[in-house]
Design a protein around this ligand. Structure first.
Ligand code: HEM
Length: 156
């Protein structure tokens, strides 16, 4: 077996951990913890820093998930027609997640950054609920995708 196959699996799971784990930390741990920061503009400034850094890693994770995922399909299964239902579900849900991320990045996040750049924190704050909602949906989809990716071959 080619060394590239375990390497691609390693890249694949690390990318999934970075993206889905990052969303878990942001949504479940950081978001409620920031309630202690006053005034609210300090929270918005902190989110600005967090998004700017985290989203770079999300872009990298998306590129690596797609590259390693399609490489595995070709290298392990030969072609898409031979893969199990769990893999069809994995890349289909992943595509929804990726489209949602594009929407978030070029929509509410871009507006957030523009308002933050102008030091207009009340306007920036208006875009936070949309970002939070999309991250919540993507976190749920990401956890489901990870379960399907890792265990789906045994029950799907
Ligand atoms: C957020 C998105 C994704 C997550 C969380 C995810 C997660 C996982 C996990 C946890 C595994 C199990 C690795 C193992 O134990 O061998 C896996 C395997 C795999 N993934 Fe993904 N994945 C995602 C996106 C994708 C995409 C976009 C593709 C295809 C383009 C893909 C194709 C594959 C393939 C072919 C395998 C090997 C599965 C097998 O041989 O049974 N994944 N993925």
């Amino acid at each position: 077996m080619s060394i590239l196959i375990p390497l691609a699996v390693a890249v694949h799971v690390i990318s999934a951990i970075v993206w889905v784990g990052g969303m878990f930390f942001a949504y479940v741990v950081l978001r409620p913890s920031l309630a202690v920061l006053e005034p609210p503009s300090h929270r918005l400034k902190l989110w600005n820093q967090v998004f700017n850094r985290f989203f770079v890693w999300v872009w990298a994770a998306i590129a690596l998930l797609i590259a390693s995922g399609y490489y595995l399909i070709v290298a392990v299964y030969g072609e898409l027609a031979n893969v199990g239902l769990h893999i069809h579900l994995m890349y289909s849900i992943a595509m929804v997640m990726i489209l949602l991320f594009f929407f978030l990045f070029f929509g509410p996040y871009r507006h957030y950054v523009e308002a933050a750049g102008a030091d207009d924190w009340p306007t920036a704050g208006e875009f936070l609920p949309a970002i939070r909602r999309i991250v919540a949906i993507n976190l749920a989809l990401g956890l489901i995708t990870a379960i399907i990716g890792a265990s789906g071959r045994y029950w799907l």
